[in-house]
Design a protein around this ligand. Structure first.
Ligand code: SF4
Length: 474
């Protein structure tokens, strides 16, 4: 069958929002379908259009036998109002083509998504490369789309106006294929300069989900934590190296190091491969790393870790269910520095039980700890009701790259304008320090790749200035 995987624009209103991250699960689904013998076309019109007529014309031009519409993907979420309109427009544009939505979401979210989309009949959830393949295989063999959904796990469907759901099963993730990056070229997306050393970065998912309950994190909408074997992940690195000449990787797990034994075994096995030209980065928490692990990661080629810290205010971390001791931040950053790993800290303005004064104290503390880079976000949530201790300050927004939904802030913050002003000021305070700029110049001069690093510094400097001036990443 000819299968079209279509990633809708993040929003249909306003200017085109260009997602920073490649639709990772879409690339994996594309590979799974191709392995099953289907012809796969991927459309992610994020650079060209967010207009429905153009979107539908391109979908028709692909001449699909089946259409799979992305409902959400890794680091990508579509505005609910846009999703309603896209699903309806595609239903009208391709009325005779079996259609289903897909996303790595849990059963609760899958049901509510289908309820919110009158034009959609089927949503495939759980680990979507498995559910999409099963549904497409069944439809290809002549089973009616709704009957195919009814006969499988990980599907929610609408029949005669009623919603029905079969819960997902946990598959063997080692059977998940290497993403089809030829159909979703990573070079069409760009990591921020502080996360990219220069070459094309290939994302790799060693695990999915996260066991922590941080209330602001979109991981809450996903199935539970599930990991691949070390052998499978190293095997994927080997394939990416040979198939795409990939040398730079981003271990895209929400939190690297959830299973410390796994992380140590992974580092040892990567080191044994002797891939001295390889480098990788990841995201983690400061309470999931230690000296020994960071040293092992560095020996295995890790050059950068993004730490989700959010705040140094213990009460704010506790109320938001981050469940992290801020006392772990300093030792983790220092240990990473000793290992030769760059550190990025991620902070949030407006945490519950935080205040403008507390946020400034967090900033003071972070500056004193001297990480290599810092990023600051205003919190956005897609929950129906605001969590206790704060309120929504805006309608749904999708123009940010790591948060979607309505701007949320603790009661001590007065307005979205104040949050944005604090964020701008944080960028200025962190990046426009003579000591910081001097340190980056010294690091540049010591670098073995002066041209690459100069380009990165120029991109990063420009970005920091834009952030400090209040403009978002484009
Ligand atoms: S630890 Fe990080 S990835 Fe996990 S739920 Fe919290 S914010 Fe999300």
């Amino acid at each position: 069958m000819r299968v079209l995987l279509l990633c809708p624009p993040v929003s249909l209103d306003g200017p085109l929002v260009r997602p920073r991250h490649a639709p990772h699960h879409t690339a994996i689904i594309a590979a799974a379908l191709r392995d099953a013998g289907h012809v796969v076309v991927v459309q992610d019109p994020h650079r060209d259009t967010n207009e429905l007529p153009a979107l539908c014309a391109a979908a028709r031009a692909a001449r699909p036998d089946v259409l799979l519409l992305m409902g959400s993907d890794y680091n990508r979420k579509i505005a609910p109002t846009a999703m309603v309109r896209v699903a309806a427009a595609l239903h009208d544009a391709l009325p005779d083509i079996p259609q289903a939505l897909y996303g790595r979401v849990n059963a609760r979210v899958a049901r509510s998504v289908l309820e919110s989309l009158p034009a959609a009949q089927v949503l495939l959830f759980g680990e979507p490369e498995f559910t999409c393949r099963e549904w497409v295989d069944a439809v290809a063999s002549g089973v009616a789309p709704l009957d195919a959904a009814q006969a499988m796990a990980g599907a929610v469907w609408r029949r005669d106006g009623e919603i029905h759901l079969n819960d997902a099963v946990v598959p063997d993730l080692d059977l998940s294929p290497v993403p089809a990056w030829d159909l979703v070229p990573p070079q069409n997306y760009s990591f921020a300069p502080h996360q990219q050393a220069g070459d094309i970065v290939y994302p790799v998912l060693a695990s999915r989900g996260c066991p922590y309950p941080c209330f602001y994190c979109e991981v809450r909408a996903r199935p539970n934590y599930i990991a691949r074997s070390v052998e499978a992940v190293v095997g994927e690195l080997r394939v990416l190296r040979s198939r795409y000449a990939a040398r730079s990787f981003f271990i895209a797990d929400p939190t690297f190091g959830i299973d410390r034994d796994w992380a140590m075994a992974f580092c040892a096995q990567v080191q044994r491969q002797g891939w001295t030209d390889m480098r990788w980065s990841c995201m983690s928490r400061t309470d999931r790393v230690d000296e020994e692990l960071l040293q092992a990661m560095a020996r295995a080629g890790c050059w950068s870790v993004l730490f989700g810290i959010e705040s140094l205010n213990a009460k704010a971390l506790s109320t938001s269910k981050k469940a992290m001791d801020p006392a772990t931040v300093g030792p983790a950053l220092a240990a990473a520095r000793r290992a030769g790993i760059e550190t990025i800290v991620s902070l949030i303005v407006g945490m519950p039980d935080d205040s403008p004064a507390e946020f400034e104290r967090t900033l003071d503390g972070i500056i004193a700890l001297d990480p290599d880079f810092a990023q600051f976000f205003v919190m956005q949530l897609d929950s129906a009701e605001p969590p206790a201790g704060g309120r929504f300050l805006s309608d749904w927004q999708g123009a940010k790259h790591d948060f979607w939904g309505r701007v949320y802030a603790a009661d001590a913050f007065t307005s979205e304008a104040q949050l944005q002003a604090l964020r701008r000021r944080a960028f200025r305070r962190f990046y426009l320090r003579p000591k910081y700029v001097g340190g980056r110049v010294r690091a540049l001069l010591k670098s073995g790749e002066p041209v690459v690093q100069l380009t990165r510094a120029a991109r990063g400097g420009l970005l920091a200035l834009r952030m400090a001036a209040g403009r978002d990443v484009a």
